[in-house]
Design a protein around this ligand. Sequence first.
Ligand SMILES: *[C@@H]1O[C@H](CO)[C@@H](O)[C@H](O)[C@H]1NC(C)=O
Ligand SMILES: *[C@@H]1O[C@H](CO)[C@@H](O)[C@H](O)[C@H]1NC(C)=O
Ligand SMILES: *[C@@H]1O[C@H](CO)[C@@H](O)[C@H](O)[C@H]1NC(C)=O
Length: 406
Amino acid sequence: MDFNRCSYSSLLVVILGFVFPAMMVSAIGINYGQIANNLPSPEDVVPLVRSIGATKLKLYDADARVLKSFANTGVEFIVCIGNQDLGMMRDAAKALAWVKTNVEAYLPATNITSITVGNEVLTLNDTPLSNNLLTAMISVHAALVSLNLDKKVSVTTAHALSVLETSYPPSAGAFRRDLRGYMTQILDFHVKTGSPFLINAYPYFAYKANPKKIPIDFVLFQPNSGIVDPVSNLHYDNMLFGQIDAVHSALASLGYKKVAVQISETGWPSKGDEDEVGATPENANKYIGNLMKLIAQRKGTPLRPNHDLNVYVFALFNENLKPGPTSERNYGLFKPDGTLAYPLRHTGNNVVHSNSSTSAPAPVPLETNSTSPGYLPASSTPGRFHVSRSGFFLCQNLMGLMTLLI
Ligand SMILES: *[C@@H]1O[C@H](CO)[C@@H](O)[C@H](O)[C@H]1NC(C)=O
Ligand SMILES: *[C@@H]1O[C@H](CO)[C@@H](O)[C@H](O)[C@H]1NC(C)=O
Ligand SMILES: *[C@@H]1O[C@H](CO)[C@@H](O)[C@H](O)[C@H]1NC(C)=O
């Protein structure tokens, strides 16, 4: 048996909660957020992570207890420098001190492979913070170079999908005009240092903002007829792939076709307020279960069929201290007591290449102007959270585009 590619049945067993070697499932990442006062201690989290076969964790900080607990487990880590520390990182000495304390100190026992400098900085509409981003990334990278760690640890930042101003059809993906200046500089940095472009992508936000127009099956990777991109002629049977390819198109349009893309966050809440349509355990189970299946099958997107998805699911735990609507506190795969938040198993549908179907999705933008439910520490205002959820949609040319849908 090829342990890198796991069969459907073995994945089922893993997901049902038995402890299996992490290598059974290829490269599933999970975001380990800790905005809560009731989470298990990091030592007790190690077996939970193993039980679902995750091989990569992404933190929103560089929590010492977590990094120590996962020493010699083979789990790969992305650590994060919070938005509130970007200003400080411009100072080369401070960046070096941070990297020594929070990265070098744990290597090689804990396999830290990347540092994200800030989270969703460019969409917080905080110009001083945006202006600090690239300088902080360069400074952190220079610290790694001086410690001879730059080949092992990459430097990047995670963006909200709302860095896009166009996302439909995916071939028309384009970055917001006002962000293109920042983007090209950051992308030059990615090219020079060989680091990936990270995007947080939530089909849930698009669905929640427009549940009448977007078929639930299209966002949950369930069988549906999908859409055909009229320019590329590529067929999309799920929204996440459309979102990812819109990012690829946006990168290509600026001349950065070769920069690798990773999905630093995606997820589905198992519970929400009354007006949060679709936030149920059944839907979360379908979204995550089907996504894990695609990852295990090593499915790429229509535009990049031969590339692994490289996804970090949001999130490991329900986080009870997160502000905002109920959904914010219910993205977890696990409850704080270590039991699964929902059964988390495949729904048994043949997701890929299905043609049996429900209605076709409306041609709405795949991005929203929402921030992600990840930990978004203050930018210029320490201790504040950004939780705006003002996703709205422009359904232009609806009739014209409807004729292009299959
Ligand atoms: C750390 O992770 C990288 C990337 O997956 C891998 O190539 C490397 O072998 C790992 N190192 C250790 C010590 O496990
Ligand atoms: C769906 O696909 C199957 C197998 O490829 C084919 O036999 C069937 O005719 C298709 N159905 C529709 C509605 O296109
Ligand atoms: C997001 O915000 C930008 C800038 O304010 C705006 O141009 C764009 O139309 C918005 N997109 C959506 C989907 O609301």
